[in-house]
Design a binder for this molecule. Sequence first.
Ligand code: AOF
Ligand code: ZN
Length: 360
Amino acid sequence: MNDTDYMKLALELAKSTQGQTSPNPMVGSVVVKDGAIVGMGAHLKAGEGHAEVQALTMAGEKARDATIYVTLEPCSHYGKTPPCADLIIEKGLRRVVVATLDSNPAVAGRGLTRLKEAGIEVEFGVCQKEANELNEVFFHFMKHQKPYVTLKSATTLDGKTATVTGKSKWITGEEAREDVHRYRHIHDAILVGIGTVLADNPSLTTRLARGGKNPIRVVLDRSLRIPIDAKLVQDQEASTWILTTEEASMEKQKDLEEYGIDVLRLPDDSIETVLALLGTKGITSLFVEGGAEVNGSFLKARAVDQVITYLAPKLFGGKLAPTAIGGGGFQEVEDAIELEIKEVTTIGKDIKIVSHVKGS
Ligand code: AOF
Ligand code: ZN
């Protein structure tokens, strides 16, 4: 095993915590002494020990003169937990191998500096690309203070989300629908427009065989049209935030609040305002499940970072059958949102395409 092998192991440990560390990054760590692994660990949950703390606790006295591999620069600040750089110094490690920098302004290179100043050998950049990809959401949030936005759609091969008569159950198969639930699990929040609530009465929870975390459910509803008997209001399955405007009735707001729903009034319901609000509330990742109008607003606002498209081998046809992204659209070809395809896979009988918006 060389440096890259150990770092890959640390990356695997980190990856396995996807969906449970927010707003913190996923971080893994391995401690190696005389060619043997003496400790390993991952950061499991915000507020709990960092990856280095877990791995060093396992290593105990063996940490002295050992090498520690960490997928993210060890922290140098007091957050909910004390600085990992200090712990590494105190435990007497000889060498620290780090994949990438922590862009948290409270750290941002200071962790590495502190280790070097203590005379510890620091190796930087092993598996850096993989480490950056792993925590894309965290880095995005640190940079913009706004959630990383993933827009999901499921359509027929001719791009339809329903037939001309509005029938949409089901377009994609079971496997693809289960994949959507995995995305719900790893997101802080899921967002739909009031049109979708009125049309589908969705529950927007995570339903996976082995359980999973429900994202906070966010509904854009500028005049509080949501029915009190909607599942989102009644089921008490997850936190639900309804983003509305001053035009909404106070009385309706009170009715909703009695069910534990958070009604948040915004000066306007532009996507920019919505994302800024979600950012201040610590939402690092947002899964947008439409419908077409809301998807269109996100597109127009150029507020999408990742697009997940499921394509079912079916054709609905029909000029008036809806497509995934509505709204006004762009006038010019040059205005198009340019995507870079990252992954094309088959999932059950369907095709899944993961693409990233260029430059986001
Ligand atoms: C590490 N190792 O495993 C993680 C780090 O509130 P705290 O104390 O948990 O600090 C959270 C910040 O610490 C987080 O924003 C990020 O900068 C860093 N996360 N650092 O050395 C870890 N999870
Ligand atoms: Zn730390």
